[in-house]
Design a protein around this ligand. Structure first.
Ligand code: ADP
Ligand code: ADP
Length: 231
């Protein structure tokens, strides 16, 4: 019942004849419904791993099985197609589009999926309600607090009901109150069945995960089971 299975995967960047091994023969398995935290010092490969998990980049070698697809050998086009329907992203800096309203930002993934106007309205409003941000539907991102912007970003990440959410330091730009609210929303989504992989520097946030994968110098060094995970 695994959603993600990575076998002996490496990622080497080459810039001006200098090779950097960002990931060094990693093996990672993530079950459907799991909530995993990825931790480690700056430069250990967390962003690289998240980019590959999110089908934004390909490994240099090894296998990446995502929902029964061997995606390591996918073309960029194939990756983009699979990504659209199956992965939602949440970033540290929210990454909302300033020129679009809250509603339009959240609706965007459904537009990419070519859903009808009626379906888009129904799903977007439902998720805005759930994220407690409906009253700001016609505001622009710059008119919102950081906590509100992140709730909009989470709404956008989940509006198409992807089975996987990837979060990169989702509370990194938030105060502790707003950070806590964001973590509670992610935990609720996980309880409802969404698999989550989250990069974090915060041991407090990592407490929400079932398991912590610790990276060091491009290798998985330890995995701490925090909580028994049952399928
Ligand atoms: P983080 O804040 O997650 O530790 P970094 O600041 O190390 O991330 O990197 C931010 C982005 O810049 C990463 O997504 C990565 O792809 C890119 N990057 C990091 N190091 C280099 C580099 N040496 N050369 C080119 N791009 C890099
Ligand atoms: P983290 O997110 O843990 O800070 P990264 O995945 O950003 O780590 O980086 C891992 C290693 O790969 C670092 O040495 C970084 O400088 C290097 N790196 C990351 N992205 C690139 C890139 N696009 N080009 C060259 N080197 C990179």
């Amino acid at each position: 019942n695994s959603m993600i299975k990575i076998n002996n995967m490496s990622k080497v960047y080459t810039t001006e004849d200098v090779e950097t091994t960002a990931l060094n023969s990693v093996n990672i398995e993530i079950q459907k419904g799991e909530f995993v935290a990825i931790m480690g010092p700056s430069g250990c490969g967390k962003s690289t791993l998240l980019n590959i998990l999110g089908l934004l980049d390909n490994p240099s070698s090894g296998e990446y099985w995502f929902l029964e697809n061997e995606v390591a050998k996918f073309t960029e086009r194939q990756r983009a197609k699979l990504r659209k329907g199956s992965i939602g992203f949440v970033f540290q800096s929210f990454n909302l589009i300033d020129e679009l309203t809250v509603f339009e930002n959240v609706e965007l993934p459904l537009l990419y999926l070519k859903e009808s106007t009626a379906e888009r309205k129904r799903k977007t409003e439902a998720v805005l309600e759930k994220m407690n941000i409906m009253h700001r539907r016609n505001h622009f991102p710059q008119q919102l607090s950081g906590g509100q912007q992140q709730r909009v970003a989470i709404a956008r990440a989940v509006v198409a009901s992807p089975p996987l959410i990837l979060a990169d330091e989702p509370t990194g730009n938030l105060d502790s109150t707003n950070g806590e609210e964001v973590m509670k929303l992610l935990a609720e989504l996980n309880d409802a069945g969404t698999t989550i992989a989250m990069v974090t520097h915060s041991p407090h946030d990592a407490n929400y995960a079932h398991r912590i994968i610790n990276l060091f110098d491009g290798k998985v060094v330890t995995e701490n089971i925090r909580e028994q995970f049952h399928i």
